[in-house]
Design a protein around this ligand. Structure first.
Ligand code: AMP
Ligand code: MG
Length: 397
């Protein structure tokens, strides 16, 4: 059977970024840049004042000095004429530094009287000036391909006037729940029935991962129903199913996927929860058959489906980086499987502190609701002492 890491690598090796599209910059927020962006000009484009104050020639201000104010420059306003020795220009933040000046004295370090400015202390050349290209020279690679466009990247692209950008297409993800016991939200809950929560949970997880979910509804635990519903999912970039993938005698999902021409890549991974997870491929569709337990389906989505979706979105770093957290209490597990422990996270004096969020049984959804993350406990280990640091994947933040 595959280890957690092997299974995840097998998935990532088999999915690729999708096509690209060009969208308005604001719509590109949160998406992934498809082609690298280079700065078309210097930033800032000219030397400009970092403060509201007076543009001066530093050479005039070697000690206390009084200069005649010969001009005024507001941001975006007309340029002042060249500044002669002994003169100063009143200048607002962001205005180009007038010719002849090499320093700015902030208002708070000067005193203006009768058209003159008195500067009591020495002024250093270059003081309070933002120099041309000091942020970014023209031709610099400012955003590499594969970067998620966060507000700072949007700021960068907007600074260079880029109103439309080319990003990767978001993967279309079909979500199918399977099971004779399921009813849809709002339908009567006869004895033995449960509400199909997985479709909604997984659709929410798809959105969080950057995909576009489509709900295919419920397939029953029979081959005809599964065949009809699963074939609908084959148009999507990703098909995610829940339940019917264990060893129960009505667990037909894998059989029917094979009938539909899905090539199995793996079934069963050395993890807990989520052991019976299956993964396969058909053409451009990646198929994940997740276990039915609401906790198992969300955790296997997080550790297997989410990285695949991130890679398809073009994200050059599809795996969420784990954070190190100190265990507040000892934990025990059986050897042989990677175990995902639902934990709460607090900020302690020495970084994150992890504590179990309660009952770790796969049937307990409450402790996933309470969890801030999942601690990834390595397969071979069995006991983790209080004070030990473990890897935690923070969830949904
Ligand atoms: P299975 O994988 O079919 O053995 O299902 C495991 C458990 O998950 C059973 O208790 C199911 O009732 C439950 N389950 C399966 N599908 C769903 C679903 N769509 N929503 C909520 N619970 C489900
Ligand atoms: Mg079932």
């Amino acid at each position: 059977m595959l280890t957690f890491e092997e299974a995840r690598e097998m998935i990532l090796a088999r999915v690729s970024p999708l096509g690209t599209e060009t969208v308005p910059l604001v719509e590109a927020a949160g998406r992934v840049l498809a082609g690298q962006v280079q700065s078309p000009w210097d930033l800032p484009p000219w030397d400009n004042s970092a403060m509201d104050g007076y543009a001066v020639r530093a050479g005039d201000c070697r000690g206390s000095a009084t200069l005649r104010i010969t001009g005024y420059m507001a941001a975006g306003g007309p340029d002042a004429p060249k500044v002669a020795p002994g003169c100063a220009v009143k200048i607002m933040t962001g205005s180009p530094v007038p010719e002849g000046c090499d320093a700015v004295v902030p208002f708070e370090d000067a005193e203006e009287r009768d058209g003159n400015v008195h500067i009591p202390a020495q002024v250093k050349p270059r003081a309070h000036i933002r120099f041309r290209a000091e942020d970014i020279p023209a031709g610099t690679l400012v955003v590499p391909a594969g970067t998620v466009l966060r507000p700072p990247e949007v700021s960068m692209l907007a600074s260079f006037g880029m109103g439309r950008v080319t990003v990767y297409r978001r993967p279309r993800v079909a979500v199918l729940s399977t099971g004779d016991e399921l009813v849809e939200l709002g339908e009567p809950l006869d004895h033995g029935k449960i509400v199909n929560s997985n479709s909604h949970a997984l659709a929410a997880a798809v959105l969080e991962a950057g995909g576009i979910p489509t709900l295919l509804g419920i397939a029953r635990d029979d081959r005809e129903s599964l065949l009809a519903k699963l074939s609908e999912g084959m148009d999507a970039d990703v098909l995610v199913t829940s339940a019917g993938v264990s060893a129960g005698d009505r667990d037909f999902v894998r059989d029917v996927l094979a009938d539909l021409g899905v090539t199995p890549v793996f079934w069963k991974v050395l993890i807990k929860p989520g052991g019976p997870t299956a993964f396969g491929l058909k053409g451009g569709t990646a198929v994940f058959a997740l276990p039915g337990n609401p906790v198992s389906s969300l955790i296997t989505f997080e550790v297997f489906v989410r990285p695949a979706i991130r890679k398809m979105t073009g994200d050059a770093r599809p795996l969420k980086p784990a954070v190190k957290a100190t265990l507040a209490e000892g934990l025990k597990k059986k050897p042989g499987k990677t175990q995902f422990f639902r934990v709460t996270i607090e900020s302690g004096e020495e970084g994150y502190v992890a504590r179990t969020s309660g009952d770790q049984n796969t049937g307990i959804l409450r402790t996933l609701v309470l969890a801030d993350g999942i601690a990834v406990l390595p397969a071979e280990r069995t006991a983790f002492a209080a004070g030990e640091k473990v890897d935690v994947l923070l969830l949904y933040r």
